[in-house]
Design a protein around this ligand. Structure first.
Ligand code: TXA
Ligand code: MG
Length: 319
């Protein structure tokens, strides 16, 4: 299959492809997604095949307007409404009770559905033009770092999907925060673009974070290794002593630490935490291309870096 490279001028073509059951990679403010019509089981099945994604890992359904949530979810609790008002469109995914119209392949057979209204003008135009909710995981091959540029998607999906819409670099750079609001108390299933403290501030309660691992996590995706480059990756805490062994490796680090290492790739600045999230996945992909014997990633310390710390630790197999 020839993968078309499209832009925001091609929204009608994108909508036509999606309604014909094809896969299209789309920009969002977090990472690029691999979209299909969420109500078309055959189209959604293609997502799992293209990514090599385990069938038991459910997908996020994307909507263009918060009122669309009622088409997909039943018994939407007040706490969800409060969060939708505060954070949508944005990098927050809510896990809600699914209506029966949501195909089982989207929810991986769970009784819940994850829904997000993304904050990206091109993605919102695409959802509106298609007129259907779009199921979209991150647009990487399963296990690799998520794509934050159209070229990253092309590296993973060329010849496998119908089209890629180039919407430029993703502004946030890590995936959405996933919050389960089905139980008695909301629980963070995945840290991401919206911080724990911002959620707690709006809700006026302390939130817990679901631990990774285990056979049956509440968020099935948490049990798989993720975000990892092909080159062996070691994650070290910022402040760890520099060792000679690093000379043969490529070191991913904040700009403030680059002078410490012989062969470094800067992925952002400690003084502006959002730049580290924005640059992380591109740096991991770039490091892979350098062909070094190993990658060392310097992990920043502190609550402001929670999503970056989570991704690095899981990429390094320490999640
Ligand atoms: O920012 C994002 O969330 C990006 C963009 C494209 O929107 N999407 C994304 O999708 O990261 P994906 O498939 O890579 O990650 C979705 C996560 C997985 O960990 C999955 O297990 C979890 O959300 N998830 C999906 N549906 C769920 C459900 N019903 N219950 C619990 N977890 C769910
Ligand atoms: Mg993913």
């Amino acid at each position: 299959m020839k993968t078309l490279l499209l832009s925001r001028d091609d929204i009608e073509t994108v909508a036509r492809l999606l309604l014909a059951g094809e896969l299209v990679a789309v920009p969002t403010e977090t990472v690029y997604g691999l979209a299909a019509n969420a109500l078309d089981e055959n189209a959604v099945a293609k997502i799992f095949a293209a990514k090599g994604r385990p069938q038991d890992n459910p997908l996020i359904v994307h909507i263009a307007d918060k009122h669309q949530v009622y088409e997909l979810a039943a018994n939407v609790p007040d706490v969800a409404k409060k969060l939708m008002d505060a954070f949508w469109p944005g990098a927050l995914t809510l896990v809600l009770n699914a209506k029966t119209c949501v195909p089982g392949i989207v929810t991986a057979g769970l009784s819940t559905v994850a829904v997000r209204c993304p904050n990206h003008p091109v993605m919102l135009e695409i959802i509106k033009a298609a007129g259907v909710p779009l199921a979209a995981p991150s647009g990487n091959r399963s296990g690799l770092p998520s794509p934050t540029l159209a070229s990253h998607v092309l590296d993973d999906m060329d010849g496998i999907i119908a089209a890629i819409v180039d919407g430029g670099a993703c502004n946030i750079g890590v995936e959405s925060t996933v919050l389960d609001v089905v139980g008695d108390t909301p629980c963070i299933l995945r840290l991401g673009g919206v911080s724990q403290s911002d959620l707690e501030h709006v809700l006026g309660i302390d939130l817990s974070i679901e631990k990774h691992g285990g056979e049956k996590p509440r968020s099935p995706g948490q049990k798989y290794r993720h975000y990892a480059p092909n080159t062996p990756l070691t994650v070290i805490e910022d402040g760890t002593a520099v060792s000679d062994g690093f000379d043969s490796k490529v070191v991913l680090c904040p700009e403030e630490r680059a002078h410490l290492y012989k062969n470094s790739i800067v992925y952002g600045r400690l003084s502006e935490p959002e730049t580290l999230a924005r640059g992380l996945y591109a740096a991991l992909r770039e490091a892979d291309k350098r062909g070094a014997v190993g990658i060392v990633a310097v992990c920043p310390a502190g609550e402001g870096f929670a999503a970056v710390r989570d991704r690095l630790h899981r990429a390094g197999g320490m999640g």
